[in-house]
Design a protein around this ligand. Structure first.
Ligand code: AHR
Length: 503
């Protein structure tokens, strides 16, 4: 057994835990919307065709702001297709995912679903194949109470009150050559600035997210952020980060250290944004919207190209990764990274929510179940309250091929000064032996353990599937608290959360 030591002291806050850190992402992709959240013929469907069993799990997951409707999908999307009488909505070819979009679900229906889920809308505009005018039109349709052509159209379509969308994404992954309408940082920066200015002329109260890099591995990373922010600094509030991680060629150590890469990514983007602000002599600070993050076996994605000119399926099975216990441990460590940057990451969206690289799976006409990744998200979203707190961690180190030498244990805490609720989130990246973690919580005053959760399986590749939906479940952590010292034993490859109540 190895050992690690941690000190928790609430006098070292990182920043407030914003609910938006626990956001999600619903894209019109594969079986996410159709045969995912929406399946009118399903026994659990409500009067609008939304699956009640899925809604229940979405609520249990605790997702705040949900980014919609894409993703790559949005860069070919005409929002006007998805509103108005359903029978008149066109079927369109979605070039991003080589599917047919029926437009049965659009802004109105999705907004109703969000109300049922208890989440808010983050809307992306198409800056790939469309421009400023279409973005402004969508804003008018969504946020203007009435008295104009498009607000009246919304009212005529059955929605009197505006959708009042607070957060808007100015396109999606515009740095990516795969993106419809992909362009240079300079071209995108100009378009994003013009669009942002126009949108703010209509509704100055909205928050805007400009596209950063699709990943820190992009060849334009860093320079893309600098150029785009030089154009948009005064007109936007956040810049996006996207990151997906997977195990490559059996390199489990590097995979387990993925959050180190996420830490560096966030810090590099913040530094670049601050550099642009400094050059501009601006007091304003640009925050980060980490609006796509997850474990995703992108290398395993089957071709989404049609096999024939008339092959454009509706809701095909795409990107349906089945997550292991190991994936869930890495996933939990990514949440630790996000919380550890609560001062800078103002919003984050788990990509995605149902069926598509998702914590929730469904079978048409059949059940819904929780993937392994469901648990760290639901537990962290529920327990993280108040301020994120920086911890002093002393732990053995692990050499990784991709991320250099990393600590075997990473951790963050949250503390709510009003209620005394404290939560500690930990990851153990060691693969061989258990570790005893001694946590000095004396700085919290008298405390007691109220709940503990451990995500670990003796088989790191164990998964929850349709046939065995409860194979991997969180259980209690071996822990005891005496005289201000909390002792926790973590098995190899484990993620854990402990909630304490202070008196
Ligand atoms: O989440 C899946 C895809 O990943 C999104 O559509 C795109 O934005 C990213 O490349």
């Amino acid at each position: 057994m190895t050992a690690a030591r941690i000190t928790v002291d609430p006098r070292f806050p990182i920043g407030a835990v914003r609910r938006r850190l626990f956001g999600g992402f619903v894209e019109h992709l594969g079986r996410h919307v159709y045969d995912g959240i929406y399946e009118p013929g399903h026994p659990a469907a409500d009067e609008q065709g939304f699956r009640r069993d899925v809604l229940e799990l979405v609520r249990e997951l605790g997702v705040s702001l949900i980014r919609y409707p894409g993703g790559n999908f949005v860069s070919g999307f005409r929002w006007e297709d998805s509103v108005g009488p359903r029978e008149r909505r066109p079927r369109r070819l979605d070039l991003a995912w080589h599917s047919t979009e029926t437009n049965e679900i659009g802004l109105h229906e999705f907004s109703d679903w969000l109300t049922k889920a208890g989440s808010d809308l983050m809307l992306a505009v198409n800056l790939g194949t469309r421009g400023t005018l279409e973005a402004i039109d969508l804003l008018e349709y969504s946020n203007i109470p009435g008295g104009s052509a498009l607000s009246q159209q919304r009212i005529d379509n059955g929605r009197t009150a505006p959708f009042d969308v607070r957060v808007w994404c100015l396109g999606n992954e515009m740095d990516g050559p795969w993106q419809l309408g992909h362009r240079s940082a300079d071209d995108y920066g100009k378009l994003a600035a013009q669009t942002a200015k126009g949108m703010r002329q209509m509704d100055p109260s909205i928050e805007l997210v400009v596209c950063g890099s699709s990943g820190a591995q992009m060849p334009t990373f860093g320079e893309w952020e600098r150029v785009v922010l030089e154009h948009t600094y005064d007109d936007v509030d956040m810049i996006s980060c996207h990151a997906y991680y997977q195990e490559h060629d059996g390199d489990v150590d590097s995979f387990l250290a993925s959050a180190v890469d996420m830490d560096r990514f966030i810090e590099a983007v913040a530094a670049t944004a601050d550099h642009v602000g400094a050059v501009k002599g601006s007091d304003k600070r640009i925050d980060i919207s980490f609006d796509e993050w997850n474990v995703w076996y992108i290398d395993r994605v089957d071709s989404v190209k049609p096999t024939a000119i008339d092959d454009w399926p509706v809701a095909p099975r795409l990107l349906e990764d089945v997550y292991s216990a190991l994936d869930a441990v890495v996933f939990g460590s990514l949440l630790i990274s996000l919380l550890s940057h609560a001062d800078r990451v103002a919003s984050a969206s788990l990509a995605q929510l149902v069926n598509v690289i998702a914590p929730i799976m469904t079978e048409p006409g059949g059940p819904t179940w929780r993937q392994t990744t469901f648990f760290p998200f639901a537990i962290t979203s529920r327990l993280a309250q108040g301020d994120a707190v920086r911890l002093h961690v002393e732990a053995p180190s692990i050499d990784t091929a991709k991320h250099g030498t990393v600590a075997a244990v990473d951790a963050v805490a949250t503390h709510d000064a009003d209620t005394g609720a404290t939560a500690i989130f930990l990851v153990h990246r060691g693969r061989e032996e258990a570790i005893e973690v001694t946590i000095d919580v004396s700085g919290l005053g008298a405390a007691e353990i109220v709940e503990t959760h451990l995500l670990h399986d003796d088989d790191p590749y164990a998964r929850n599937t349709l046939d065995d939906p409860e194979r991997v479940q969180p259980r209690a952590v071996e822990s005891r608290l005496e005289g201000g010292i909390l002792r926790v034993t973590l098995p190899p490859i484990a993620w854990a959360a402990l909630a304490l109540r202070t008196r």
